[in-house]
Design a protein around this ligand. Structure first.
Ligand SMILES: CCc1ccc([C@H](C)CC(=O)N[C@@H]2O[C@H](CO)[C@@H](O)[C@H](O)[C@H]2O)cc1
Length: 818
């Protein structure tokens, strides 16, 4: 029903052809008789964009009419990936487009490959934000996403002789059909300067006299919901020189300098920080955070004031979600605007701030929590520093009333961190203000309650909640695994699961059905063939489809223990080398696939990437091993690569030391696609085991409450003999680069093995052996695979968003009727 008649634009194949050819001629400006695949893609994208814009307009007209409470989702990162196929799928016109294009002599898949990824983020946090936008739109919530329009996304990973090199990702080179530049939606953002005292009818006010102004211009990215007319907005800000010419240099003919200064302004939003580890207190990073926060709040308050003139109503109309502490300067900015510009008194303003803000923390390691040096904040945002001091003063006064002279606790809870470099603890600022503090899995919240934010939890237990992460089944099944999508719809007898994924549990009753098994195995084979072709094209390694495709794809981090995976591979290789032919016949062939980017300055992570290549170079050419074991590092891992690798995976690995992965979302995508999980009981894996049954996955390793004691043990903690042997092989140069890998081996030496690779190695090998045995019985494996998909419903971002809407944001669906 929906999709055929779409506003004014028709979606029958002939109309689509006409629109595409019109865009070839009038938008891409190529003759309709001579254009290449990329130009065809651009024209196709613009014809889809037209249909998104119609829905965007209708949705926002309707929101304006209904004036519902809106959610504003502030995130410094959105990892959107490609938009074309996701958009036509959510518009429900994929088939019409495929027909229209084939009649024009084009293959839809070929054109879809022309699109580059929008990689405006690092990893989990960023992709989660993108999945959540898809669910917010599909569930008809009146929501806006706000972020930065980086000109350079996450670097391209180029591998040269096994080493990672970073290449700038200038993704806007050929323009971006998925955005609409809103030249009229722009706001000045101020920086630096001083704060003066001003008296106004007897009342003294603090007035910020900024020294620099940069213009923020909006770029709108329509986000279509699936199976609804609603399309919400992701508004990304780009910095432009403000039109206030500094006439001074202009008149002195120092024209060039004037232009250079103007250009300097633009750099604020230019590049994404590629580091998802610790916060380095960089000035540009702080300016990026304040730039998008200030522009977003000016936009939000302008929209509120269009229909309201009393800030008492603000909390009823606005919910502000900050994605980790990166946008938490927004708290000080709201106080500045309400007190300095709207002249509300402090406590009233604070009351409003505490009603509108909620935060989600995505990290476990205290060092990932942001601390801004006071000098830096004082120079870039002098008035905000004053406000944060005032907020901290009120907090300390409140705590003194409760905890008296317990100065240790007061100094732990203070927003101001004394010490060599006095800092602002952005997490404590967020906790002091936000009405809800969310963890991203049940286990993560326990860690926040008992370790990271213990003091605050004891003071405000009601603020602490968890919203277990989720992923959108639209992109991660319907778009990336169409053959699985049709199997599910066929056996459930409906497509309703795409909007209501709890229905997917209906597959359970067919988990042993031989016909479903046959279709399921064929689906996996088709996806493995696609992956095998991709691997051969990229790495010229030929892999056998009968092998188990074993995958670990995520950012490279010591706590994610890609090194444990590689040491496990070396063990497997070593065993095969020492086998006789009869033993070899019982070996379950494996293709071990690893992929992920290392933060440019993260040396240990880069060594792990090199070691993976060094092992691959040795194993893949070893005649004694042949097809029994292949090792592949997939370069430049990103959203589109994940969409290709995940459907073709038999076994996925999630090896974080228990207590270190806040949630993990890759595991959920593998689960939805019927790949079995080999994992530690960490983050969301614990909840996955509850949903599908621990016997349908391969759990191993120390449990979260065992880790601290094991670490205490230090040198007395003996790794297994096998572990010592494989580390020795690396140290002795078995894979070359002896000196280069020395420090890497030292990270897992007894007494220094912080992430417990040695301790967990034995149970890891056991879990791997159990997986081997399970894989031999293909019917058993297929049943476990079907039960994995059937148990994945909980891990849809739709469930996550519904929980946030009901328990944190207090927003209701607002479905555009026409
Ligand atoms: C300041 C630099 C920086 C940038 C990004 C981050 C992110 C919080 C890191 C991140 O992506 N965390 C991941 O978030 C996912 C979504 O909630 C979780 O599933 C992962 O467990 C968590 O590591 C930390 C530090």
């Amino acid at each position: 029903m929906f999709g055929l008649m779409d506003g004014f634009l028709k979606n029958d194949a002939v109309s689509l052809q006409k629109d595409i050819l019109d865009h070839v001629e009038y938008t891409v400006a190529r003759s309709r008789f001579n254009f290449d695949d990329f130009e065809a893609y651009q024209a196709l994208a613009h014809s889809v964009r037209d249909r998104l814009i119609e829905r965007w307009h209708d949705t926002h007209q309707y929101f304006k009419k209904k004036d519902p409470k809106r959610l504003y989702f502030l995130s410094l990162e959105f990892l959107m990936g490609r938009s074309l196929t996701n958009s036509v799928t959510n518009l429900g016109i994929q088939d019409q487009y495929a027909d229209a294009l084939s009649q024009l002599g084009f293959d839809y898949e070929v054109l879809a490959e022309q699109e580059g990824d929008a990689a405006l983020g690092n990893g989990g946090l960023a992709r989660l934000a993108a999945c959540q936008m898809d669910s917010l739109a599909t569930l008809d919530y009146p929501a806006w996403g706000y972020g930065l329009r980086y000109q350079y996304g996450l670097f391209r990973q180029i591998i040269v002789d096994g080493f990672q090199h970073e290449q700038p990702d200038f993704w806007l080179n050929f323009g971006n059909p998925w955005e609409i530049e809103r030249v009229h939606v722009s706001y000045p953002v101020k920086f630096y300067g001083t704060v003066e005292e001003e008296v106004l009818n007897g009342k003294t006010f603090r007035v910020w006299i900024p020294a620099e102004s940069v213009e923020a211009v909006a770029y709108d990215n329509p986000i279509p919901g699936y199976g609804t007319r609603n399309a919400i907005n992701l508004r990304l800000w780009a910095a432009k020189p403000s039109d206030q010419y500094d006439m001074e240099s202009y008149t002195t003919g120092d024209y060039i300098n004037a232009i250079v200064n103007r250009q300097k302004a633009e750099t604020i939003s230019n590049v994404l920080y590629p580091d998802d580890r610790s916060y380095q207190g960089k000035e540009l990073r702080l300016k990026q955070q304040y730039f998008f926060v200030s522009a977003s709040l000016q936009d939000i308050i302008r929209r509120f004031k269009d229909l309201h003139n009393n800030f008492d109503e603000f909390p009823e109309k606005v919910a502000l979600q900050i994605n980790d502490t990166h946008p938490s300067i927004a708290i000080a900015e709201v106080m500045r605007v309400l007190v300095d510009e709207e002249h509300l008194d402090w406590s009233k303003a604070w009351g409003i701030a505490c009603k509108i803000f909620s935060v989600t923390i995505h990290a476990v390691q205290p060092e990932a929590l942001e601390k801004v040096p006071i000098d830096l904040l004082g120079s870039v945002l002098p008035r905000h520093l004053e406000i944060i001091y005032e907020i901290n003063y009120c907090l300390m006064e409140e705590l003194k009333k409760i905890f008296g002279q317990d100065y240790d606790k007061l100094s732990r809870m203070s927003i101001i961190e004394e010490g060599a470099v006095k800092c602002i603890r952005m997490a404590n600022l967020s906790l002091a203000c936000c009405h809800t503090v969310n963890g991203v899995s049940r286990l993560h919240l326990e860690t926040l309650k008992t370790r990271v934010f213990k003091d605050f939890y004891e003071l405000w237990p009601q603020k602490f909640q968890f919203k277990t992460n989720g992923v959108t089944q639209r992109r991660w099944i319907v778009v990336s695994n169409p053959s699985l999508c049709s199997i599910i719809s066929k056996w459930l007898g409906t497509e309703a699961w795409i909007r209501n994924v709890d229905l997917i549990a209906g597959l359970r009753e067919y988990a042993e059905d031989p016909d479903l098994h046959a279709e399921w195995k064929n689906m996996k084979k088709v996806n493995k063939m696609r992956l095998a072709e991709y691997i051969e094209t990229l790495t010229s390694v030929k892999v056998s489809l009968d092998a188990m495709f074993d995958v670990q794809i995520k950012r490279i981090h010591e706590y994610k223990r890609q090194l444990l995976n590689i040491l496990g591979i070396i063990h497997r290789y070593d065993c095969i080398k020492n086998m006789d032919e009869s033993d070899k016949r019982r070996v379950v062939p494996r293709v071990c696939i690893i992929g992920g980017k290392a933060a440019p300055g993260y040396e240990v992570a880069k060594k792990i990437i090199k070691l993976c290549h060094a092992v691959a170079d040795k194993v893949n050419i070893d005649p004694d091993v042949g097809d029994l074991l292949k090792v592949v590092f997939i370069p430049d891992y990103n959203v589109s690569v994940a969409e290709l690798v995940i459907p073709g995976t038999d076994l996925s690995q999630h090896l974080s030391t228990a207590g270190h992965e806040a949630s993990g979302t890759g595991c959920m995508k593998f689960l939805m696609n019927g790949s079995l999980l080999l994992a530690t009981a960490d983050g969301s894996a614990v909840e996955i085991a509850e949903e599908i049954g621990a016997t349908n996955m391969f759990l191993f390793g120390a449990k979260v409450d065992e880790v601290p004691a094991l670490r205490e043990k230090g040198t007395s903690l003996k790794g297994s003999l096998q572990f010592a042997r494989v580390v020795r092989m690396v140290r002795d140069g078995h894979f070359g680069f002896k000196d280069y890998f020395k420090s890497l081996c030292e990270t897992v030496e007894e007494g220094k093995d912080f992430y417990l690779l040695g301790y967990d190695f034995a149970s890891y090998l056991e879990a791997q052996a159990t997986a081997d045995r399970a894989f031999v019985d293909q019917e058993k494996w297929t049943q476990m695979s079907i039960l994995s998909t059937a148990g994945s419903g909980k891990f849809s971002s739709d469930r996550t968003i519904e929980e946030y809407a009901e328990q944190s944001w207090g927003i209701e669906p607002c479905k555009c009727p026409f």
